[in-house]
Ligand binder design. Structure first.
Ligand code: ZN
Length: 262
């Protein structure tokens, strides 16, 4: 099978912002707040992949529910002015959350309504974060990359229920996604590309998530670090980006990690 080239990489604080936005509309301690989050992805197409360096959580929507979001066209029009304000990032697409009471398989896959939305907007990328709250234990952040069979998701014309599953076709190769726990939340993040008539799984990479995994392995807690260490954390995040020269970046990573391990 041909290996897919395209992937999306979440750099800087984009990965954590997507998680925090999902949490603010599905907080563990306010049971009546149970809504989807949604926002915009910005960054740059780098040929083989797209780098997402900024996300904008959209708070002002027409209707927010636990299984859907209806954006306000007037707000959308105002947000489109970003093209006249953002000089260093381009619009890449959108993200949204799936806040569920319980974990189940395929919870971060697009719904039929999500495919319909992409067919309508034709935005190139979509990121979905599925999340539960109220787990038994209060966990520090744990994160892992996983590989699963990649799928293409096509609009299911036979179904009247927008939350039903779209039609799927196996891509024939594996794609990467992220799963983790944080406090009492469990989450999974997946990335999709719009093909013109479907959404398809693509690899999700994140230098920010890589950095958090690395700190976990070394048992370094962010809350124990000093403000001056932020400089090193920034260097580490930069060196963990997929486009960095591997040899140089490995040396830099080792150097800065050693400084953090006291
Ligand atoms: Zn959805």
């Amino acid at each position: 099978m041909t290996e897919q080239k395209n992937y999306i990489e979440l750099i800087q604080n984009t990965f954590s912002t997507i998680i925090l936005d999902a949490i603010q509309y599905f907080p563990e301690n306010v049971k009546k707040v149970h809504y989807e989050s949604s926002g915009l992805l910005f960054g740059m197409n780098k040929g083989d992949f797209v780098e997402c360096d900024y996300v904008f959580p959209v708070g002002s929507v027409e209707k927010r529910a636990k299984d859907s979001i209806k954006s306000n066209p007037k707000v959308d029009a105002a947000i489109k002015t970003s093209r006249q304000l953002f000089s260093t990032s381009n619009f890449l697409g959108t993200y949204h959350s799936h806040p569920y009471d319980e974990y189940f398989e395929d919870w971060a896959c697009p719904s039929n309504a999500d495919v319909a939305y992409s067919l309508h907007t034709k935005y190139p990328y979509e990121i979905i974060i599925a999340i539960t709250r109220g787990g038994e234990n209060e966990n520090p952040l744990t994160l892992d990359f996983y590989e699963g069979n990649g799928y293409e998701f096509l609009y299911n014309h036979d179904s009247r229920d927008p939350h039903s599953f779209p039609k799927t076709k196996e891509l024939g190769y594996k794609t990467t996604y992220l799963m983790g726990n944080f406090q009492r939340y469990q989450f999974e993040i997946r990335a999709y590309q719009f093909t013109g008539n479907s959404l398809k799984d693509i690899d999700l990479e994140s230098s920010e998530a890589d950095l958090l995994c690395m700190l976990n392995e070394e048992k370094i807690m962010l809350k124990d670090l000093q403000a001056e260490d932020t400089y090193r954390l920034r260097k580490l995040e930069f060196n963990l980006r997929t486009e960095q020269n591997k040899k140089n970046s490995e040396d830099n990573i080792r150097y800065h990690m050693n400084k953090l391990i006291r």
